[in-house]
Design a protein around this ligand. Structure first.
Ligand code: ATP
Length: 423
């Protein structure tokens, strides 16, 4: 029996499009705690929440970590260090930057786990999160509107039945905002040696490396993989021409499909939520302005308008091959315009497609029309038939049963790549 205090710390919404990254802020805090001999009990957590959250900066990530402390003085010290750094480094000028910090002592309860799943499946208000924090006895710190408390509570609370890891390498402060200087060849080599235990290092066609962000944030690159060991090993294989300030490994729910709700029929789907649904193509794909591809599917409860949007690039070519009657299992999310944004699909049954053509003559030659309602005539042997009926010819379908997914660059943080699917 120990009287030690288990303290969970959640931090969210400190960055903006102009800079910073809550992972980096968390990393700074962890380093300062270390100086006081306060060591994390586990890897810090980077938890992705509802991809439809309106005020997200990029990927709706919330950070957290836990420490075991001996006395109240240590609790006070941790809280002081966390709050000082959030005040110092948050991008308070960002219109949508509303930091929120949560401190919670003790074990994570079932209702907290349920809250966290709800923050992935649905949209919460700040007041709901604040009420919830009060109910569980957490200490809440709101900066500006304090929206970050929504994600902070979810980050400390979420259960991780499936998980991945990300190793984030950070830049020296003087380099932030300049072009990232990485040895591209070393990234291809790292991918060769560690894929598929690491993934999303290179774009699907192998044209470019995908580990670098394109924002003026402190992250030099991030490597995602199935274990902490593999992402660290992969990180050590990447050569950088600029000095790496430090790196930090996060335990995450990225690429686990944790956002996907199953067994919900089309009729019951809610906007701003993500689903897996078994259905049939009932309207063929067509392009609309802006390069988006739309089509419709149905199950026995309703019809859904689906889209492969322009940023999904080559994935749209696959979607364009779908035809009426094809049976598919779709994965994706219903946006606020009630359009289902596809992340991937499994084609489970390819419907035979036919075209109507003139019949063949007994001599083997394709017959020609002999005039309106006058049947057919063979251009080779002159043979005639009276019937004007066409015959069906099976069209060769240029797609086979299997999984198809959007390219790396268009993949949502939560979306499980096919290479991680074990079905
Ligand atoms: P980055 O990926 O660069 O860290 P971000 O995309 O994570 O940025 P945040 O700055 O964290 O964006 O902003 C997301 C905001 O949305 C946070 O305030 C978070 O608390 C809030 N949020 C998270 N989940 C939900 C939800 N389910 N409903 C409503 N708000 C949410």
């Amino acid at each position: 029996m120990t009287d030690n205090i288990l303290l969970h710390v959640g931090i969210d919404d400190t960055d903006s499009n102009e800079g910073m990254c809550t992972t980096y802020l968390t990393h700074i805090i962890i380093k300062q705690l270390k100086k006081h001999d306060i060591i994390l009990l586990d890897y810090p957590r980077l938890i992705r929440l509802n991809p439809f959250a309106r005020y997200k900066t990029r990927g709706n990530g919330a950070l957290s970590f836990k420490v075991e402390l001996e006395n109240r003085d240590e609790v006070e010290l941790v809280e002081k260090i966390v709050l000082e750094n959030v005040e110092k480094y948050s991008m308070f000028d960002g219109v949508n930057t509303n930091p929120g910090v949560i401190f919670y002592e003790g074990e994570i309860t079932q209702e907290m786990k349920d809250y966290a799943i709800g923050a992935i499946y649905s949209i919460y208000s700040i007041s709901y999160a604040e009420e919830f924090a009060k109910k569980i006895g957490a200490r809440v710190h709101k900066f500006k509107k304090g929206r970050g408390i929504i994600g902070s509570i979810a980050s400390i609370s979420i259960d991780l039945p499936d998980e991945t890891f990300e190793c984030l390498a950070y830049r020296k402060s003087e380099n932030i905002g300049t072009k990232r200087q990485l040895d591209q060849e070393s990234i291809y080599l790292m991918n060769e040696k560690t894929y598929p235990e690491t993934f999303d290092n290179i774009d699907i066609e192998g044209n470019y490396t995908a580990i670098e962000p394109h924002t003026p944030c402190p992250v030099l690159y991030g490597i995602r993989g199935n274990t902490a060991e593999i992402v660290e090993k992969a990180h050590k294989m990447v050569k950088s021409f600029e000095e790496i300030e430090d790196y930090c490994i996060f335990r995450t729910n990225q690429h686990t499909d944790m956002h996907i709700q199953e067994n919900i029929p089309i009729h019951d789907m809610q906007e701003n939520s993500c689903y897996k649904v078994k259905c049939e193509v009932t309207e063929e794909p067509h392009d609309i302005e802006g390069g988006h591809v739309f089509f419709k599917v149905s199950d026995n409860t309703g019809t859904l308008e689906c889209a492969a949007f322009e940023p999904t690039k080559t994935f749209r070519n696959t979607v364009r091959k779908l035809r009426m009657g094809d049976e598919i299992i779709l994965y994706g999310g219903l946006n606020e315009n009630h359009t289902f944004n596809i992340e991937k699909f499994q084609l489970t049954s390819v419907a035979p497609q036919y075209r109507l053509i003139n019949p063949l003559c007994s001599c083997g030659k394709r017959m020609k029309s002999a005039g309106k309602n006058k049947g057919y005539k063979c251009p080779k042997c002159g043979n005639k038939i009276r019937s004007s009926e066409k015959v069906k010819e099976l069209i060769n379908r240029d797609i086979v049963e299997g999984f198809y997914e959007v390219p790396t660059e268009a993949r949502r943080h939560l979306s499980k790549p096919i290479v991680r699917m074990k079905e």
